[in-house]
Design a protein around this ligand. Structure first.
Ligand code: ADP
Ligand code: ADP
Length: 221
């Protein structure tokens, strides 16, 4: 069964029809790339699939459960535990160390501190940033900052990580390293990803590719 399933998702901004009946399914341990021209509605779709935004119409199921009507604290709790987000710009808190930034989702969920520290250590090790734990974002390279953001997204062991142009702000070497880490996280942790990207290499290594165009999503290849 798919972990995420969307049916006939529609979204308008005023007169502008951005999403015109999108169907989408995601299986566990898969990397799914969404490509398409700027302004096509990729970010809008990503935000709706990740429950950051609401569709005007359509259905959204997580492990078979209808999540399209979740609101308030139930929605926040679902989002904080089931879903991780990575953005083009890392959005780390500048006054906190790498480790503290990574721990933020665990604080929000009031997770047990010792277990959270262990999880943070484990993630920093997988992502090769354990030597940077006590550095603040401003003391880290762009690639390291993005890996801290990846660790933060993974902190609460989410079922799905949504990423919006995750390598859009990285040079090619750091982008390649980040893409390899996505494959490693898929293979070692069974992590599923939905990734909006203009990066051809990232689209190529993904398990499946979909193109947003004229409000519709089409499976490529
Ligand atoms: P993409 O990610 O493919 O570049 P977006 O989803 O960001 O596309 O935007 C799709 C279209 O919707 C664009 O025309 C954009 O200007 C418009 N749009 C996105 N968010 C809003 C909003 N909050 N209000 C009004 N228009 C929006
Ligand atoms: P991206 O670069 O990821 O495609 P954008 O820069 O298009 O995202 O949009 C960033 C945010 O600004 C979006 O989350 C969207 O809600 C908002 N936004 C985008 N276009 C518009 C618009 N035309 N009017 C109002 N808000 C917008």
């Amino acid at each position: 069964m798919s972990i995420l399933s969307a049916k006939n998702i529609q979204k308008h901004y005023g007169e502008l029809k951005v999403l015109d009946g999108i169907d989408f399914q995601l299986d566990a341990a898969k990397i799914c790339a969404i490509v398409g021209p700027s302004g096509a509605g990729k970010s809008t779709l990503l935000h709706i699939l990740g429950t950051l935004d609401q569709a005007d119409f359509g259905e959204l199921y997580f492990n078979g459960e209808d999540i399209s009507q979740l609101k308030g604290s139930k929605l926040s709790s679902f989002r904080n535990n089931a879903i991780g987000f990575i953005f083009q710009f890392h959005n780390l808190l500048p006054e906190f160390t790498a480790e503290e930034n990574i721990l933020i989702p665990a604080y929000i969920s009031k997770k047990e501190e010792k277990e959270s520290m262990q999880r943070a250590q484990e993630l920093m090790k997988i992502l090769g940033i354990e030597a940077r734990a006590q550095h603040k974002p401003g003391q880290l390279s762009g690639g390291e900052q993005q890996r801290v953001a990846v660790a933060r997204a993974l902190m609460n062991n989410p079922s799905i990580v949504f990423a919006d142009e995750p390598s859009g702000n990285l040079d090619s070497k750091n982008a390649e390293e980040l893409h390899s880490l996505f494959l490693k996280l898929r293979d070692e942790l069974g992590q599923a990803f939905v990734i909006v990207t203009h990066n051809k290499e990232l689209a190529a290594i993904s398990d499946e590719r979909h193109e947003m165009k004229d409000g519709k999503l089409a499976r490529l290849d």
